[in-house]
Design a protein around this ligand. Structure first.
Ligand code: GLN
Length: 200
């Protein structure tokens, strides 16, 4: 298994470290040429979604990545990555990949609570540490979106088919639960693809 980590800006190294702790190899994506070797999943890290959206367009990565995600490539967007994937952004004119049926609100916790730490259930399981940094939240989730975490009454993790998003940063804490969950999505997608190939 090989995971691509978008490395245009933001907290991509921390994701690579989480993957290496799980014995999964990863590589950094900065230009379209980086997409030539096969890979099984993609991480869109936290950072600044406006900058990342601009760089995605300038590098030409926007189209190929959007196409692959739309075709079923498993993707995990944290924080800014959640905003990149959202079909709607409440307080922003520009949308980006716009593939996931969620309405995101940027910088939703305001200035005073710009960054904070809490713990909460993920996918109905045990509590996981959650670090929020000028984080968005999900104001509305459309059909086919499964809510995985709610923090102070707001949706902070969700999944729609091959797309997983968290408003918090699991890569900034020690707990591997969310990365394990993503890798399970990747394994399922790989198994399904192998099944389809065998059926042809
Ligand atoms: N506030 C950032 C944005 O709007 C997201 C913050 C983050 O990724 N930590 O893009």
């Amino acid at each position: 298994m090989r995971i691509a980590v978008l490395a245009l800006q933001g907290a991509f190294r921390e994701h690579e470290e989480m993957l290496s702790r799980l014995d999964v190899s990863s590589f950094e994506v900065r230009q379209t040429g980086d997409l030539s070797a096969p890979f099984d999943g993609l991480i869109l890290p936290g950072g600044e979604s406006t900058v990342q959206g601009k760089l995605l367009r300038e590098t030409g990565l926007f189209g190929p990545l959007r196409e692959r995600i739309a075709a079923g490539l498993p993707v995990f967007g944290t924080c800014a990555g959640l905003i990149l994937l959202a079909e709607e952004i409440e307080n922003e004119a520009v949308r980006h990949l716009a593939l996931m049926k969620i309405r995101a609100v940027r910088n939703a916790y305001g200035r005073q609570l710009g960054s904070f730490f809490t713990e909460g259930a993920f996918d109905g399981g045990a509590s996981v540490p959650m670090t929020f940094i000028r984080a968005p939240y999900i104001a509305a989730a459309g059909e086919g979106v499964r809510v995985l975490s709610v923090t102070d009454g707001r949706i902070t993790a969700a999944r729609q088919r091959n797309m997983l998003v968290t408003a918090f940063h699991p890569e900034l804490n020690d707990d591997l639960t969310v990365h394990r969950y993503f890798l399970e999505m990747v394994r399922e997608a790989k198994a399904a693809a192998a099944g389809n190939a065998a059926a042809v």
